[in-house]
Design a protein. Structure first.
Length: 541
């Protein structure tokens, strides 16, 4: 990653302020991770409870990220971020207070860790979507890399600092440090101006917004591949982080300070991976970089299971950290560059759900294996899973980074109507007529395959393509939307990249004219079935 590509996002005062607040908040999170992991290792009677700390952090992200993404797309993102930060600060204060009082139990620690994860689930989609809002689209890769580097700078400093705090003052001090770390981010958000423009249409309700995001991803093959690969990476790669407290305690006979040193080595490796990110992307395909990351994590997991030396394990964790950031930052960039802004919060949340869902599953799997067998066996199994994750690319290859123009097309204008049509009026039935020469039918059907995917992706329901049996040149594209507002929203979602499909259809239409569009509202004229069945019996009386 070149210096200029990183300096672009930093030239924005808003981004600098939020980035610094995020770095400090992440530092507190790293200290919290050390405190929670080590406290659980000292108060729990089984190894799997230690791995469950990681699962308790990632499970709420898996469960709540998708509705959080819908919230990020529907509400002012600054306010969403403020609510999430204040909530996490309150939970961190409560955890610190309980720890000071000496009343922490394994299950209470898991419960409060789960609540912190809920705050993270609400925060992350809004924060990641805001990255693309602050600067131009060509700065997204640099902004994502800076976020990754900021996170991993805290990974290199935070764990060692956390280990020192836990060793010197106990886990309660680590939890208190985390509570204080939210203050700079809250201050930055309060100083940040509200930037999201007012919506011209009524806000989608939460359930419809969630389904719109799921539908968009399901109709986007490239995004589905990224999400699949991200899930596979989460399952296998999390083993090292989930089992690291046990590695420090059981394999290296270390203390909380050793645990912090190991996490610090992982963080330093992640920083090195962030610095090498641009260089590798310029020379290797996206798929090659991701396979390298999978194999790097697999080799590291195997060697960590073999090593009994703190220094050797720390050395092995350097490429593990680099592999971690290479894969996750690349997944994130591909998702952001493949998604228009109207749905980016939801798509990022679905991707995040896959990543953290994989981490949650991996945390449980590797924790159970370490409990049923031992820590090295769990790490060897994770190593094999990483190699299998790399092999998935033979069938599901990661899409290349491309400069897709996903800006709104902004060519649609609300058509005048002779009826009193309100935003909630509906259902709306759309009929589009095409006049296609017989020789152009194969090309027309090929374009219509793309048209169907775009229509359904952007909200159309019950899409069909009809051909007139009396006039074979006449074709009709038909679909429904629930309301007039949904119809307007559907057309406003079209991007500049989609314009080519429309242009090809116009060219195929006879005389090169735009297809004729009919917009109709459904009206029920036939009685309900029960009413029809009752009338003959009523007439008998």
């Amino acid at each position: 990653m070149s210096k200029s590509s990183l300096s672009g996002p930093l030239s924005s005062p808003v981004f600098r302020l939020l980035w610094l607040g995020g770095v400090i908040s992440n530092l507190g999170t790293m200290v919290q991770t050390v405190g929670a992991g080590w406290l659980m290792a000292t108060i729990a009677s089984s190894n799997d409870m230690v791995a469950f700390v990681q699962a308790a952090t990632t499970l709420p992200i898996m469960l709540f990220s998708i509705p959080s993404g819908a919230i990020a797309d529907s509400y002012e993102r600054r306010r969403v971020l403020l609510v999430a930060q204040v909530f996490m600060m309150a939970v961190a204060i409560g955890l610190a207070a309980v720890a000071v009082a000496g009343h922490v139990t394994p299950w209470l620690l898991l419960a409060l860790t789960f609540l912190l994860g809920c705050g993270t689930a609400l925060h992350t989609p809004a924060w990641q979507a805001s990255v693309g809002d602050i600067g131009p689209r060509d700065q997204i890769a640099g902004a994502v890399t800076l976020n990754s580097m900021g996170l991993n700078m805290t990974r290199s400093v935070g764990p060692a600092l956390g280990g020192f705090i836990v060793a010197a003052a106990g886990a309660a001090a680590a939890f208190a440090f985390n509570a204080l770390s939210f203050v700079p981010m809250v201050f930055a958000l309060l100083k940040m101006p509200a930037a999201q423009p007012k919506a011209l249409l009524p806000r989608e309700n939460l359930s419809r917004a969630v389904w719109a995001g799921l539908r968009y991803v399901s109709m986007s093959p490239d995004l589905m591949i990224v999400i699949l690969r991200g899930f596979a990476f989460g399952v296998s790669a999390v083993a090292i982080l989930a089992l690291l407290p046990l590695v420090a305690r059981d394999l290296l006979d270390g203390s909380a300070l050793v645990f912090g040193v190991l996490l610090g080595a992982f963080g330093i490796g992640a920083i090195l991976g962030g610095l090498a990110n641009g260089w590798l992307r310029a020379r290797l395909s996206s798929e090659a970089v991701v396979r390298l990351a999978f194999i790097g994590m697999g080799l590291a997991a195997c060697l960590v299971g073999i090593s009994r030396s703190v220094w050797l394990t720390s050395l092995v964790l350097l490429p593990a950290g680099a592999s971690w950031v290479l894969a996750l930052s690349l997944f994130n960039v591909v998702v952001q560059l493949s998604t228009p802004r109207w749905v980016v919060g939801r798509v990022l949340s679905i991707y995040q759900t896959a990543i953290f869902g994989g981490m949650t599953a991996g945390g449980w799997i590797w924790g159970a294996l370490s409990q049923g067998f031992d820590v090295p066996t769990a790490l060897y199994a994770a190593s094999a899973a990483s190699v299998a994750g790399a092999a998935i690319g033979l069938r599901f290859r990661l899409p290349a980074l491309s400069a897709q123009n996903l800006d709104p097309l902004n060519q649609f204008q609300e058509p005048p109507t002779q009826l009193d049509i309100q935003p909630r009026s509906g259902p709306i039935f759309i009929l589009i007529e095409y006049d296609i020469d017989q020789a152009d039918v194969p090309a027309f059907l090929a374009v219509m395959t793309d048209r169907r995917r775009i229509r359904i992706r952007d909200g159309a329901r019950h899409w069909v393509l009809l051909r007139d049996v009396e006039n074979p040149n006449l074709w009709k594209e038909a679909y429904h939307v629930p309301t007039w507002a949904d119809y307007l929203r559907h057309n406003q979602r079209r991007t500049r990249m989609d314009a080519d499909v429309t242009d090809r259809l116009v060219a195929l239409n006879r005389r090169g004219e735009k297809p004729h569009v009919r917009r109709m509202i459904e009206r029920e004229t036939v009685p309900q079935t029960d009413d029809m069945m009752m009338k003959p019996f009523q007439d008998l009386h």
